[in-house]
Design a protein around this ligand. Structure first.
Ligand code: NDP
Ligand code: GDR
Length: 378
């Protein structure tokens, strides 16, 4: 039985990867941060009482900014594979917390690699580093591949750039099996609520249910290559199963504007939008309703009307420096890893929109049934 250690196990990718590795028969250890409230929603379904026999899933408290705990955990677990997914992963937030982001996302990678080396596990433990398409930043060439030059455009990307190169350096200097997955954006129904796709699918569901008036957005013209997290965690695992450690781009090869992602999400709910105006004056307006689809989803069409504005721009969501266009070439991963994504954009949008609609309907149902959250502060 192989043993894996996942940092960032409470995040979107950590949860999908843990599930994937458990299905493969791995013993899975995860590093989670201490928080004042439980932060394990995404992995609760994998958890078993540690007092039970044969438990294959174990959590450890730790933080990427603290070498001592990383050394202790790695020493105790002696993993065959480490997946370093932990990071302050929000690009916009990295402009507000640049030093912390550099510490966790940059130096944090060094802490993991150095722990492996100091513990004499250089030949025993393989390391996956969660690198990112944000490294490409300012567009140099498209589609972006392993040989496209980097030009980071945020404190997040600059920190990840250090993480990328220190991983390459430990591979070359110490012969470690360490590799970078340069993953393009990947999403799912458990994507963090402040990333653009999830913000859109949640907002669209609330508007369709008449619970929210507007979706306030930033740059609608940014283009991203969006895939599904489920497909992408498989690629992480494949990267650690090769004879030689190498870096790989993982992407779908299709790019879409934020504006079109909004259009697709509303369309899935039976609401057709048209955009007009420019920059901060651009807005999205309802121009048609598909009554059959609304009925099918149990939506009340009276909550919506032709000509209603539902999307507005708020410049507070703009970034000081933006990454305008990402489109990845995953040719190397297809050829060497045999990796092929199962989801396309349409399938991703459907899954996310329907999941959010169900979640919000459930909350409303509970509220109507009198199950309101007690407010201890009143
Ligand atoms: P999430 O934001 O969903 O998860 C990040 C995880 O890191 C959470 O478990 C979080 O814990 C944890 N974490 C944050 N800071 C620390 C810290 N200082 N010490 C320990 N743990 C910490 O990100 P994703 O799952 O989407 O992404 C996984 C990784 O892949 C990240 O490194 C991200 O930068 C990178 N990446 C993501 C892409 C994407 O499109 N999703 C694309 C390319 C790269 P908590 O739950 O407590 O906040
Ligand atoms: P990104 O993801 O920055 O690409 O980083 P995000 O979903 O935050 O933004 C994508 C694009 O949408 C534009 N945008 C908005 N973004 C957010 N969050 N909120 C808005 O209201 C909004 N309006 C427009 C952004 O400007 C941007 O162009 C993600 C993270 O998962 C990183 O950790 C990862 O490394 C990269 O993907 C690949």
């Amino acid at each position: 039985m192989k043993t894996a250690l996942i940092t960032g196990i409470t995040g979107q990718d950590g949860a999908y990867l843990a599930e994937f590795l458990l299905k493969k028969g791995y013993m899975v250890h995860g590093v989670k941060r201490r928080s004042s409230l439980f932060n394990t929603d995404r992995i609760d379904h994998l958890y078993h009482d540690p007092h039970e026999q044969g438990v294959k899933f174990k959590l450890h408290y730790g933080d990427l900014t603290d070498s001592t705990n990383l050394i202790r955990i790695i020493q105790e677990v002696r993993p065959d594979e480490i997946y370093n997914l932990a990071a302050q992963s929000h690009v916009k937030v990295s402009f507000d917390t640049p030093e912390y982001t550099a510490n966790a996302d940059g130096i944090g990678v060094l802490r993991i690699l150095e722990a492996v080396r100091l513990l004499g596990l250089t030949k025993a433990t393989r390391v996956y580093q969660a690198s990112t398409s944000e490294l490409y930043g300012l567009v140099q060439a498209v589609p972006q591949s392993e040989s496209t030059p980097f030009y980071p455009r945020s404190p997040y990307a600059a920190a990840k750039m250090y993480g990328y190169w220190i991983t390459v350096n430990y591979r070359e200097a110490y012969g470690m099996y360490a590799c970078n997955g340069i993953l393009f954006n990947h999403e799912s129904p458990v994507r963090g609520e402040t990333f653009v796709t999830r913000k859109i699918t949640r907002g669209a569901a609330k508007i369709a249910l008449g619970l929210q008036n507007y979706l306030y957005m930033g740059n609608l013209s940014a283009q991203r290559d969006w895939g599904h997290a489920k497909d992408y965690v498989e690629a992480m695992w494949l990267m650690l199963q090769q004879d030689i450690a190498e870096d790989f781009v993982i992407a779908t090869g299709v790019t879409t504007t934020v504006r079109d992602f909004i259009r697709l999400s509303f369309a899935e709910l039976g609401i057709e939008l048209e955009f007009s105006g420019r920059d901060e004056f651009e807005k999205g307006v309802i121009i048609d309703l598909d009554h059959d689809r609304l009925h099918e989803l149990g939506l009340n069409e009276n909550a919506l009307r032709f000509g209603q504005t539902v999307v507005k721009v708020d410049p507070k969501y703009y970034r000081p420096t933006e990454v305008d266009l990402l489109i990845g070439d995953a040719g190397k991963a297809k050829e060497k890893l045999g990796w092929v994504p199962k989801y396309d954009l349409q399938a991703l949008v459907i899954e996310m929109v329907i999941a959010d609609l169900q979640l919000i309907k459930k909350d409303e149902y509970l509220k109507k049934g009198g199950f309101t959250i007690l407010n201890y502060f009143e």
